[in-house]
Design a protein around this ligand. Sequence first.
Ligand code: ADP
Ligand code: MG
Length: 654
Amino acid sequence: MSAPEPGTRGAIVGIDLGTTNSLVAVYDEQGPRVLEADGVSILPSVVRYEQSPSSPGGVRTVVGVDAKDRAVEFPSRTLSSVKRLMGRSLSDARSDLDFLGYEVVEGTHGQARARVVFEDGSSREVTPQEVSGVILRTLKGLAESALGHEVGRAVVTVPAYFDDAQRQATRDAGRLAGLDVVRIVNEPTAAALAYGIGARAGADSTETIAVYDLGGGTFDVSILRLTPGGGEGETSFFQVLSTAGDTRLGGDDLDHLLVSMFAREIRALMAGGEADSSRLETGSTRNELDAFPASTRRALKMFAESVKCRLSEDESASVRIEINEGLVYERTVTRDEFEDLAAPPIERTLAACARAVRDARDQLGGAGVDAVILVGGSTRIPLVRRRVGEFFGVEPYTALDPDRVVALGAAVQGGILSGAASGSLLLDVIPLSLGVETSGGAVAKLIVRNSSAPARATEMFSTGVDGQTSIKLNIVQGEREMVEDCRSLGEFELSGIPPMPAGIPQLEVEFLVDTNGVLRVSAHERRSGKRASLQVVPNHGLTGAEVDRIEAESFAHAREDMTRHRVVDLIANSSLDLKWIGERFERYGDRLEEAQRQDLRARIAELGEMVERARADWRSVDPNEFHASKEALDLASVRLQEISISESLRGDGA
Ligand code: ADP
Ligand code: MG
């Protein structure tokens, strides 16, 4: 490697570490650009493990297009979508497991880990951090080849909804790749920077921007406000007013809808008939895919994705799959047919948009958004563009490639940090409230949800018992009032206070959240001068042991608020499904086979009951069961959707 050129040594690259695809970009004298080496710029976030006695640890990895394309051949040792496992426990990740295609097991602290199984039967467990680290290392290498010098520092983006454990896992992945992650930036915030909105000449009043990001695995929407700097050379700044989204919604879900449809039809074909679903036994729809080996499932997924992408350009797309000796499945999918399948998930994203607008309502003061930015490969779908434009009442920005926007924005942020670019200061939003436990297990919130970072807050407390010489502080995150319903981020003790009657000590607690969303809590007893502090998410530069300890702490604590979030999302999503499917059942239910009709009716009742129960008390439902019930209804309704599609094609009103 050549010596670093003067002036470029300090380059901080921007990395979009995506669920599906990852990219690295830089900001230099040419402006922001995505880096490319050996013809690769968009790197599929897919890693294949291979046995290699000569390599350290006995394995080597293949990353990117080759790993993605040959995933079908090596399903048990090809890992994709690991971002879904980052910083999550096995039970949190359970609903994603079916479609991952590889084995996921429980590691230390309940953490989800992938198990890679080799052909000789031996296996190896890898953490999501390691796998992401492999991807980041590949991007680092790509950037170094493209730039011709070493790259040591990066800005890495994460979805706005990532919690502390997930952000921490992302940092750890960077460390494992030999990268100093100087800043974690929310993806939608980066997208706004990529469009250079703040730098645009002539902006003289406040602007409100919605960023709609539909990728492969996650959906986010954020409402940002740009406050222009006013005078010459003044810094404009962005503030995130609100965010909403669904970490389990993306282009993959659209693929799965197509896969389910193909799978059902192929089974019917294999059962010896034309696509007549009456040949399926009742109940078998629940596990439409179970009849197929993993490799077939992955092949179906690849077919589905290519059909979906072709339908963004063309009015119809065909698949031809050779199943076995002479048995061929052929199918033409029209754009209308696909839009019918895709409509419910797309409407769900709009429900989240409505939540984000509602959360920002006070700051918007009745005004609408001035601009909408589309991010993520799935926003190429014409129906998405149309519906998002209709929802916000503005034509969305599409000038930049939606796959590249986030990486470009991360590079702009890197440029600002390294001094290569002057300009906007970014303020990110704090996604969940932060507080401290008080007597009786209640929570005093110091910093409320959706505050912008950096943020600082202080509050005074005292003791409740005479002669108390130490005070334990439990730092929590969440929206509920009781500690048991929030997530504990860590505890520390302030000791050495001289004995005083209850209520006399004056304990000042200060919360400080820096621009990375890292929380630092300090406590100061004023009468005795005693101090103690805790840093909840470590800055870069910590030792491995410290990172491990903090990681262990954060995994060890309850994550109830996230479970609750999930149930709430499931209620919203299931209600939409029930409405949509219910309407079609009402209309076309009598065309179904009796057994199917009964099956569908039972599933509608089951999910309806689940929604009712969850509405009454979110704790009364098991989110995994809830999710399974929703998926089961989606699968059981495929035939009904087909009938409704063919009816509408026949011009029957609709
Ligand atoms: P992530 O942020 O999750 O890594 P990306 O922004 O790279 O995801 O988007 C990947 C998703 O976009 C995939 O689901 C992919 O199938 C989808 N996608 C890419 N191109 C198109 C297209 N032309 N039409 C529809 N979907 C597309
Ligand atoms: Mg993305």
